[in-house]
Write a protein that binds this ligand. Sequence first.
Ligand code: NAP
Length: 250
Amino acid sequence: MAATDLKGKIALVTGASRGIGAAIAIRLAQAGVKVGVNYNTSEEAARGVVEAITSNGGEAVLVEADISQAALAEAAVKRVVEQWQGFDILVNNAGINRDRLLLRMTPDDWDQVLDVDLRGAFLCTKYAMPHLIRQRQGRIVNISSVVGISGNPGQANYAAAKAGLIGFTKAVAREVASRNITVNALAPGFVNTGMAEGLSDEARLRILERIPMGRFGAPEDVAEAVVFLCGEGAGYITGQVLTIDGGMIA
Ligand code: NAP
């Protein structure tokens, strides 16, 4: 896809202070997109992402919000619209995990993960949608996970949220297809970020054995797919789940 496709578009990337979200924000900005860099607690890191973008001639603004709270998610979308008078792209990337085997999983472990990973995506999409509908065009990319497709022991809450995000993606894609708005999901495998840092060396080795490409993913592997799905060339692709996992669940 030619990078010029996206020049001047306006985006909000949730959870863009670190990891995959930071890579998506930086990559979109390289393609000429003006980016709202959302964070919840990592203000310094998020400032670093904004600086990385602006020091390279791009445009970015800091957007503080816990996206699991309705009023704050709404304010995050509004912040971007007020900054640049428009809204074209929403990337629902913010996510957490609270891994435990089911018998040890607390109701709070369940609620916290569902609140951020699923409810947060619903809220941001709901508040962004009127702007996309008004413009009669838009792109939404939801960051799900291979765990939402195949499940994983110790991640019942996370798998439920990520599978829910896939159902959400398909339902909303059908709702807004006639408005020229695409809604797709990416399902990364294991990506080297803070989220994967908690894995023991033994667990890492076990996972690596299951990845035909023999390496964990990089945040940039996911960011490239976001840029593709947001480009004009992907305008007829909607309601899809694209797996980015080095062949793991092929
Ligand atoms: P990460 O390094 O742990 O970063 C998570 C991001 O989400 C941070 O920017 C964090 O912001 C933000 N966040 C958490 N709670 C939030 C909230 N309530 N409101 C707003 N932002 C919030 O995670 P990652 O590995 O980059 O994962 C990014 C996405 O990819 C997640 O949805 C994850 O489930 C998915 N994913 C990851 C992998 C993997 O292997 N890493 C695989 C498949 C899918 P603050 O730090 O500012 O709080």
